[in-house]
Design a protein around this ligand. Sequence first.
Ligand SMILES: Nc1ncnc2c1ncn2[C@@H]1O[C@H](COP(=O)(O)OP(=O)(O)O)[C@@H](O)[C@H]1O
Ligand SMILES: [Mg+2]
Length: 265
Amino acid sequence: MAKKVRTLPKIPGVANGLGKGRDSATIAIYSVKGGVGKTTLSANLAWCAARSGHKTLLWDLDAAGGAGFLFGIDAVDAKPAETVFSRDRSPEKLIRSTGYDNLDLLPADESIRSLDEKLLALGKRRRLAKLAAALGKQYERIILDCPPVLNEVSAQVMRAADLVVVPLPPSPLSKRAFDLVVREVSAGGKGHPPILPVLSMLDMRRTLHREAREATPDWPVIPYASVVEQGAVRQKPVGAFAPSSPAAQWFEGLWKAIDLKLTSL
Ligand SMILES: Nc1ncnc2c1ncn2[C@@H]1O[C@H](COP(=O)(O)OP(=O)(O)O)[C@@H](O)[C@H]1O
Ligand SMILES: [Mg+2]
């Protein structure tokens, strides 16, 4: 019998499907810049993924530990996060429940600030990819909240990810900034996963933001909203405390579009 084909929302630059027989996907939220909305997007997309029924792991790779903070989870120093990489500590020993159905967190702490050097010293270029693949047996969606770096950590992220989401604040240079990220991550010459730009913190009252939107009409958007900032104060994903807010709908819409692209064949 012929397979039913669904019509998918258009997301530029994303390949169709993960490949036959695969039901787990790793999605990296990445940028070389800080303060662009990576952690906010990671936490909210992970929550949406879990709510849509996927067993989901939010993996915080940034020593600042923001993803854990957004769920009210502090780092536990007794089990340093970097030992997952350097001493083969099983990630399961560090994984914590977020308190939300289907959603666990692999937290970060100060110990992964030097992850770059440790990975280089280890000399295993696919360490992160292998860990993610092993975790993919338990988790259908793994969301990586990445640090704003361009080094061995980001190179390993590119090897581990099925899709890379890059939040970009609107500016006349957004498109150029995105091209730069694509060039940087492909500098290794070995190719890279599909990269999806997202115009983050868009405020249509501002002329420059409107112009940036006009220049990149195909890019998905997450508008600027105070309810998103409130999420950091309440330490909750927006959908959990303001489910009917437009912001909750944007995160959900973006997640659905990403997920359909990932799973469709
Ligand atoms: N859509 C948004 N609307 C309003 N504020 C936002 C939005 N996205 C992120 N922020 C705020 O911007 C700041 C930086 O976001 P964050 O996710 O920590 O960025 P990054 O992880 O890239 O450093 C935080 O204070 C966050 O609350
Ligand atoms: Mg962050």
